[in-house]
Design a protein around this ligand. Sequence first.
Ligand SMILES: C=CC1=C(C)c2cc3[nH]c(cc4nc(cc5[nH]c(cc1n2)c(C)c5CCC(=O)O)C(CCC(=O)O)=C4C)c(C)c3C=C
Ligand SMILES: [Fe+2]
Ligand SMILES: [Fe+2]
Length: 322
Amino acid sequence: MAAKKTGILLANLGSPTAPTIPAVRKFLKDFLWDPRVVNIPRPIWWLVLHGFVLPFRPARSAKAYQKIWTDKGSPLIYLTRQLSERLAEKLQDDDISIKYSMRYGEPSIAGQLKLFKEEGVNQIIVLPLYPQYSSTTTASIYDDVVKELNQWRHLPNLQFISDYHQHDTYIDAIADTVKSSWTEHGKNELLLMSFHGLPELLTKLGDPYYRQCQDTARLIAEKLGLNEKQWLLVFQSRFGKAEWLKPYCADTLQKLPGEGIKTVDVICPGFAVDCLETLEEMAMENKAVFIDAGGTDYRYIPALNDSGNHVDAIVNLLDKWI
Ligand SMILES: C=CC1=C(C)c2cc3[nH]c(cc4nc(cc5[nH]c(cc1n2)c(C)c5CCC(=O)O)C(CCC(=O)O)=C4C)c(C)c3C=C
Ligand SMILES: [Fe+2]
Ligand SMILES: [Fe+2]
């Protein structure tokens, strides 16, 4: 019998290959054509996407990507890669192969699964780097995994981690980042917990994302001993004209100084690693909204990224299978 060999596949969203208009257009075309992300009848959505979104949005998004792009490329991609490297260093096991992948772009999920096959892996654990499950993100990774495995004759054991929104070590790790910030810089009046938004309709159709964000936020607040006046859950990154989950982050930041809250700490617990949505939208754009409205201190606390706490949380999460 072949020795047990486990493949751990971290999966994240993906980024354009460069912060340029053509590269961003290619990325958005791939991402926004996914029916899990936008579930509008195909002919109608094709016309809207090609007539209104792809001619205009890439210029705006490319500008935003330029502000956060680094020598190592997109933060989302290099931080996911570094996280997988730290995880391999921590596990130090020849029977475990760790790879990272992107749902849109490279390295692709299909390509990394094929490499596992060549390595003789007979157990695969897929960990989407989305603590809260959404049909738009987590399920799309599942679709991509299954699309590849559908072509295999000999299927491995497969474990798909659909969420970890209330996992102890993940909650502890986030709470620790907040405590470290408080120790280093002092505690602001309010802890704002911002999650990526989602069309409201999806919750009505059974997507558990909204409830899972509420659970995560409450658990973090409890862990930090905050009363209900000391924290707030908001949703960022609205896209398009439909109603999305509320309260909207930017509207809230606009109002807070007028209500007497002039200093905020900000975390984004739904993002495993920093990316466009945290580094540009939260740490730059929304900071300006708050300061322009009369706020005096806005502190964005980074995502878990490739920290030891994050690696420990993932090892703990995978413990049952490795
Ligand atoms: C209908 C549109 C979108 C849905 C639904 C959506 C859900 C969703 N997205 C994330 C995580 C990320 N999104 C990121 C970027 C991004 N998201 C959308 C649109 C939807 N997201 C767009 C158009 C973009 C691109 C940037 C822009 O033009 O504004 C990213 C960052 C990618 C990067 O390269 O850094 C992440 C991460 C979640 C978790 C989610 C549902 C819960
Ligand atoms: Fe998004
Ligand atoms: Fe955004």
